[in-house]
Structure formats: C-alpha cells, structure tokens
Design a protein around this ligand. Structure first.
Ligand code: PNS
Length: 164
C-alpha cells in the first residue's frame, strides 16, 4: 500500500489544492493532506479551522485523509509510513523554494521521495494569498475556492477587512 503526504499551509484551501489532492488520490492508495506550520507565514485561519475546511473540501474522495502536525514534515511522514511527499508546482517561481524544501527533506530522511505534480493550466495563477487579497478588496472569489466552504472563507475575509 502506497501512502503519500500532501503538505501545506492551506490558508485557506483553494480549487488548485483540491485539484492536486484529486490527482494524487489516483496515483497513491492513501493520501494524507497534512496541515503544517510554515514559520514564514502568519495564517488567517487556525490549524483547526484549516483542517476542518480541508475535510469538507475533500469529503467525497475515499482514499484521502486530513491531519495536522506541528513538527517536521519528514517525522510526520515516517510516522504515517509514507513513501512520498506530493507538492504542486504552478510556475518556475515555485521551483526554487520547492527544490530547496525537497532537498532539505531528503537530507533529513533519505527514505521519502518528493513527487511534483504540475498544476492544471487554469489554476496556475491561483494561491491562498490571491484568494485573501482579492477577497479583502471586494473581488469575487467564488471560482477560487471549493463551493462548500466559500461562505466560511467569505466570513473570515469580512472579519479581516474590519481590522484594517
Ligand atoms: O503551503 P506552504 O506554506 O508552501 O507549505 C510549506 C510547508 C508547510 C509544507 C513547509 O513549511 C513544511 O514542511 N513545514 C513543516 C516543518 C518542516 O518540516 N520544515 C522543514 C521542511 S523544509
């Protein structure tokens, strides 16, 4: 049985993330979407909220689980008996950062491979930051995020817009 981890901040999950989740689920027997801490980011949603949003968004996909972890990704992967880390690549601009993380993770644990899936063409521009920025400025985010969690994301955007 092949297990892959799809890690990220998912602040919040977008349709681009969901596309990678669905495609990874076809390649591996079990996919664990892991909400992890990125020390370089200040999230809008708590880890618990991000996990709940992901659970709703991925509810229909049988071999996908959602979990959270606040340690090293490779430690989480070893605990889950995973053989691969899945990452989505949107553009060349993603490459340097992702390459650095992949090499770091291999240095930390030689038993786990990073597998890159290229984003679908229609999602190449999309990121959680774009969702937050467009939402904050009153733009329509409905095609950026899964429909079933759109209202929860809009509510947080409304709360944040009152803070500025
Ligand atoms: O969606 P992001 O913010 O680009 O995801 C980055 C993430 C969360 C996958 C990365 O920061 C991570 O793996 N964090 C866990 C801690 C860790 O293992 N750091 C060393 C990996 S370079």
């Amino acid at each position: 049985m092949t297990t892959a981890i799809y890690p990220g901040s998912f602040d919040p999950v977008t349709v681009g993330h969901l596309d990678i989740i669905k495609r990874a689920a076809k390649l591996f027997d079990r996919v664990i979407v892991a909400v992890l801490v990125n020390v370089e980011k200040k999230p809008w949603f708590t880890i618990e909220e991000r996990t709940e949003l992901l659970k709703k968004a991925a509810a229909g996909i049988d071999n996908v689980e959602v979990a959270s972890f606040d340690g090293l990704l490779v430690d989480f992967a070893a605990r889950q008996n995973a053989s691969a880390i899945v990452k989505g690549l949107r553009a060349v601009s993603d490459f340097e950062y992702e390459f650095q993380m992949a090499l770091t993770n291999r240095k930390l644990d030689n038993n786990i491979e990073t597998v890159f899936l290229t984003s679908s063409a229609e999602n190449t521009y999309l990121s959680s930051s774009i969702v937050k920025q467009v939402g904050l400025l009153g733009g329509d985010i409905s095609t950026f995020v899964p429909d079933c969690i759109k209202d929860e994301i809009l509510l947080r955007i409304k709360q944040r817009s009152k803070m500025i």
